[in-house]
Design a protein around this ligand. Structure first.
Ligand code: NAD
Ligand code: MG
Length: 393
């Protein structure tokens, strides 16, 4: 029996995870859940899964959470609030497994907490790998934690590498597939609305990652994530656009042989794989019918129109704090676009501006990571306010 803490329970990955847990009540027990601020949804999940603890990040929502629990006769359920509560749940002795599905750098501290507590860590929150880098991988190793990637590309690579010899891991190349997002093939990205950007052609996901998919920043973050998870140098990571999203990624061996993982476009599949590993758990997702799909296509990414992917490679090569600058600037620009304060094309311009102007050495502790993230956020907000050139198409 695995006992689980699900962070980001009210999100898209959260919902898919709950669906898999629901199918295997004898193997998995949900002990605690956490979310940003939607307390009614949290209380509904608490009721459905009979959890012991519920946490909400927004401290102003604690009373509302308690009331929502009381309304469902769940006053005995422990209610917590604030960022510290996320770390508490991630390191809780009652759980063997932490599913980390918080969005953004808010996930950094809980990811480190789960790593320090030696948990089985099912990680969807890619931003914590991008920010945590070598320090996170060292913390995982030093504390005997097990990292199982949930991001579909990394889950695919993890499956492709399973059983590969160490020397093969040191010479292989990684091929990350990208759907290309809703604006694939377009050369002019002016005038794009948030509604158009979040309407992803293949995946149904939270708003932030949907916008990241539309700018290709998501693939950039995933390149950095792959570098740290699999210890592969940036020159051995390639990206190919594959609009059908059937091939989830591949490993290319020294002799040119390519091992790929294919599956339905459904996050319950990688989640179930991570939950069951090393056994396979059937999430009852749709089976692939290759004859019906008939055609799989591939093309090179358009780095001119979608420069954020190139900037991610650049940040990774630059080292130091550059990946944290890239991620924090993107989070602020992404949110500003969703709030209609920045045009779509302003996201890439803002990240470019921040990479050029904000230089920082590699942080050596979690506190330093969080401080750098905060400083870049503040500087990015200031830059957007002060530079009309970032705000006009
Ligand atoms: P989402 O926006 O649907 O959900 C985010 C969740 O995080 C919500 O439950 C929200 O309440 C919670 N949250 C937000 N701020 C928080 C905070 N400060 N503290 C605690 N909880 C907080 O996002 P999503 O699409 O589910 O994505 C979650 C993560 O998984 C992201 O890092 C994303 O990149 C990654 N991911 C998602 C998908 C996908 O298909 N959705 C695929 C691969 C990776
Ligand atoms: Mg992905």
């Amino acid at each position: 029996m695995q006992t689980i803490s699900l962070l980001g329970a009210t999100g898209s990955i959260g919902a898919s995870t709950l669906d898999v847990i629901r199918r295997y009540p004898n193997d998995y027990r949900l002990v605690s859940i956490a979310g940003g601020r939607r307390v009614e949804e949290l209380a509904d999940i608490a009721e459905a899964f009979q959890v012991e603890t519920v946490a909400v990040a927004d401290v102003t929502q604690l009373d509302a959470l308690k009331a929502a629990l009381a309304k469902r006769n769940l006053s005995h359920v422990e209610a917590l609030a604030g960022n510290d509560a996320m770390e508490k749940l991630a390191s809780d002795k009652r759980v063997t497994t932490v599913v980390q599905a918080i969005v953004g750098a808010a996930g950094v501290a809980p990811t480190f907490a789960a790593a320090k507590a030696g948990k089985r860590l099912l990680l969807a929150n890619k931003e914590s790998v991008v920010c945590g880098g070598a320090l996170l991988m060292d913390t995982i190793k030093a504390n005997g934690a097990t990292l199982l990637p949930v991001d579909s590309e990394h889950n695919a690579i993890f499956q492709c590498l399973d059983g590969a010899r160490d020397d093969a891991r040191q010479t292989c190349r990684l091929l990350l597939t990208a759907s290309g997002g809703p604006f694939r093939g377009r050369k002019d990205l002016r005038g794009i609305t948030p509604e158009e950007a979040v309407a992803h052609p293949k995946w149904s996901m939270g708003a932030k990652i949907s916008v990241d998919s539309a700018t290709l920043m998501n693939k950039g973050l995933e390149v950095i994530e792959a570098h740290w998870l699999f210890d592969v140098t940036p020159d051995r990571i390639d990206v190919v656009v594959h609009p059908q999203s059937v091939v989830h990624s591949a490993v290319v061996h020294e002799d040119g042989s390519m091992i790929a993982q294919l599956g339905a476009t459904d996050m319950r599949h990688p989640i179930a794989y991570a939950m069951g590993y090393p056994k396979r758990l059937d999430a009852k997702t749709e089976r692939l019918d290759l004859a019906r799909i008939a055609t799989l296509t591939f093309e090179a990414p358009d780095l001119e129109t979608f420069p954020l992917l190139k900037m991610a490679f650049e940040a990774l090569e630059a080292g130091g704090g550059a990946s944290i600058v890239l991620n924090a600037a993107n989070e602020i620009a992404n949110a500003a676009f969703l709030a209609r304060e920045l045009p779509f094309t302003g996201i890439a311009r803002t990240v470019r501006h921040m990479l050029d102007t904000f230089k920082a050495p590699a942080p050596t502790s979690v506190d330093e990571i969080l401080a750098l993230d905060e400083a870049v956020r503040a500087a990015t907000r200031e830059a957007i306010a002060a530079n009309p050139s970032l705000r006009t198409e």
